[in-house]
Design a protein around this ligand. Structure first.
Ligand code: MSP
Length: 672
């Protein structure tokens, strides 16, 4: 029976551009939403951006732009990326929109009217990175969540009576075991709540970038109360319009909030408490996944170990990224991303297994059967046990795929679908349709029809199952099977034997071209260029604790006008000087990097540059180069890099060619 299904991603902070960590959550939600739609459910998939608070206010100030400019730009990047990635979100909420503001103020009012808000003053520590009050900390002590130094905040605030919800929350967690998943997170949350809850400050007077408290606009509402409310405001909460209220009544409560594990406390403790206080129903389930790691630590802007989704999709396409993330990472646990593993998975599972199954099955039908039509399978004498075995495996796969998928075990669901692919490929090899096709007698024709029908029907089933995970390529296979638009297919009654004989195939074309080794190099190079050529705005999330790498500038580009131009003032922020290379050597373990010592007139700078494949170190000593000298330092392979060498990027591979001068120029001269 179809029902409504409302799913949300976290709304992402707009202090930094999206990377594949964000894409991971969004892809998982997209895949879930697509399967629900395929099951006929009235599905609503929400994503968006979290645009208020001190972190954003500071990021904008550091970049020399207004918070609105920063948020417009980065929100546009998130949305633009999701569109490029074919993410099927139904709505994109920005917390700076009027509809959200209305709803947040209504939320505050309801909680206040129900007696859960009082005025007090907070004097204690605050972590700007996590936008978290750290009650137990003393001045200067690190944030228990991220390790960054906390800041002392002392101001008049409105407080939320969180302490009143201890028992109610514990009852919720025990009474509704699926409220928090997986169980490890649920246990952590329960331990946290059992250890006692203090009232929570829910307004700030020392910052301006937020939604004013109703009737007391000196205060802005705490960014987490603001942000969490998006799940309600996006579907009409707080709107005076009747149709919005009906929409809210229809879709709320959310069926699933998908989040990363680091924001469990906000979603599983604060959010249900806010909702209870406002007298609103609670979401049915909160699902926390693990982190995507790159080079062994959580991918994050401040660690500088980011991979951009664009890099992967430019080279291998959207489905390669989606398949890899859903198949390779055990959902709920941390998982590692690497270009090697990505290409290996792509080649083995997509190009080889599914790609081969599709192309040989469809090509043979097109070649051996008149009009390229799906042939009629025999139920008589030419039928063998192997044909029935495939039908049986397919039926079992439909069931096991559903049960793994419904339990968010995407990796195992896909594994199950791919064992059907493996079985059919083996069946084709063993039954040698190409040899059977050589014979003209009626028995052989009927045998050939049965083999190819069996292969095509199994292909249809795998394609339907895999669609939520890899929607673009399965849509193409579906069309090649002659079945039209896959998004219109209903999974509800998927079963063996529905492929009609006489179905006319579409144009048969390869769907997954094999990736060669150069794909890895290309992606690595693109990443290197994206990071080396990143504009100069500073990393906004403060210093990291000593045990992790130093911050790296990967924030927004200077403010651009709508046509993409920047002002002369923005350009003037980039300080480029003539430098002379004094020392050049290879960086151990990094084929592409050179460590340079460059004289910039006032000092010698160490710079790590991705030019080793184009320049031998000895050829550089004495050479004059152009250096961006006012970039924040960053670490590459453990070496601090203090500036960026300017180079042209040439050819498909983007080989670097160093900028230089025809005339002699003095070391230290500024470029303007
Ligand atoms: N704005 C808050 C969320 C408010 S929701 C009401 C926030 N934003 S965020 O930009 O930091 O995004 C955090 C989310 O992005 C994570 O919870 C996770 O869903 C996703 N991820 C960001 N980096 C990630 C990884 N490296 N790995 C996995 N997920 C990651 O917190």
């Amino acid at each position: 029976m179809s029902s409504k299904f409302y799913i949300t991603t976290p709304i992402y902070y707009v202090n930094a551009r999206p990377h594949i960590g964000h894409a991971y959550t969004t892809i998982a939600c997209d895949a879930i939403a697509r399967r629900h739609r395929m099951l006929g459910d009235d599905t609503l998939f929400l994503t968006g951006t979290d645009e208020h608070g001190q972190k954003i206010e500071r990021s904008a100030a550091d970049a020399g732009i207004t918070p609105q400019q920063l948020t417009d730009r980065i929100a546009g990047e998130f949305r633009g990326l999701w569109d490029r990635m074919n993410i099927s979100y139904d709505d994109f909420i920005r917390t700076t929109e009027p509809r959200h503001k209305l709803g947040v103020q209504e939320m505050f009012r309801r909680i206040r009217d129900n007696g859960y808000i009082y005025k007090g003053s907070y004097s204690g520590q605050y972590c700007v990175f996590d936008e978290l009050y750290v009650d137990a900390a003393t001045p200067g002590s690190p944030c228990p969540e991220c390790g960054r130094p906390t800041e002392t905040v002392s101001e008049e605030n409105y407080f939320f009576k969180l302490s009143a919800f201890e028992d109610k929350l514990l009852k919720l967690y025990t009474g509704q075991p699926n409220f928090i998943r997986p169980e490890t997170r649920r246990n952590e949350v329960m331990a946290f709540v059992r250890s006692g809850l203090r009232d929570l400050s829910i307004s700030r007077t020392s910052i301006k970038w937020g939604i004013p408290v109703p009737d007391d606009p000196r205060h802005v509402i705490y960014v987490w109360l603001d942000a969490l409310s998006n799940y309600c405001t996006a579907i009409g909460f707080g709107s005076p319009e009747e149709k919005d209220q009906q929409n809210f009544a229809h879709y709320w409560p959310a069926d699933l909030h998908m989040i990363g594990k680091e924001i469990v406390r906000f979603h599983c403790v604060y959010w249900p408490a806010f909702l209870m206080a406002a007298g609103l129903p609670l979401p049915k389930s909160i699902l926390a996944h693990g982190w995507l790691l790159f080079e062994e630590s959580k991918m994050s802007k401040s660690r500088g170990n980011i991979v951009r989704a664009e890099t992967v999709i430019d080279v291998l396409g959207n489905d390669a990224l989606r398949y890899f993330l859903l198949r390779e990472v055990v959902f709920g646990q941390d998982g590692s991303f690497s270009f090697d593993a990505l290409v290996q998975r792509y080649n083995s599972d997509l190009a080889n297994d599914l790609g081969n199954l599709a192309s040989r099955t469809l090509t043979m039908i097109a070649r051996y059967f008149r009009g390229g039509e799906v042939p009629y399978p025999s139920s008589g004498g030419s039928r063998t046990a192997a044909d029935d075995a495939i039908a049986r495996v397919a039926e079992e796969t439909i069931a096991s795929f559903a049960s793994f998928w419904d339990d968010f075990q995407f990796s195992r669901a896909l594994e199950a679908a791919w064992s059907l692919v493996g079985a059919v490929n083996k069946y084709i090899v063993e039954n040698e349709p190409w040899a059977v096709a050589e014979k003209e007698d009626e028995g052989s024709r009927s045998r050939l029809a049965t083999i190819l029908y069996t292969a095509a029907e199994a292909l249809r089933i795998v394609t339907a199952l895999a669609y939520p995970a890899i929607p673009e390529s399965t849509a193409r296979i579906w069309e090649q099977l002659g079945l039209g638009a896959i998004s219109e297919f209903r999974l509800t009654d998927l079963k063996w034997g529905q492929l009609q004989h006489g179905t006319k195939l579409g144009k048969v074309e390869p769907v997954f071209p094999r990736a060669d080794k150069s794909a890895i190099e290309r992606m690595q190079q693109m990443e290197q260029q994206r990071t080396l050529a990143v504009p100069t705005a500073p990393a906004q999330d403060g210093p990291l604790p000593a045990q992790t790498a130093s911050p790296m500038p990967t924030v927004a580009a200077p403010a651009a006008t709508p046509d993409g131009r920047i002002s002369i003032d923005d350009f003037a922020k980039v300080e480029m000087r003539v430098g002379q290379v004094k020392v050049a050597e290879k960086v151990k373990g990094a084929d592409k990097l050179l460590r340079l010592e460059v004289d910039v007139g006032t000092e010698i700078r160490q710079v790590v540059a991705g030019i080793a494949e184009a320049y031998a170190p000895e050829s550089l000593v004495g050479r004059k180069v152009v250096l961006v000298v006012n970039l924040q330092p960053r670490k590459l392979r453990g070496l601090e890099s203090n500036g960026m060498i300017v180079a042209a990027s040439v050819g498909d591979k983007g080989s670097p060619v160093l900028a230089g001068f025809l005339e002699d120029v003095p070391v230290g001269a500024r470029l303007k």
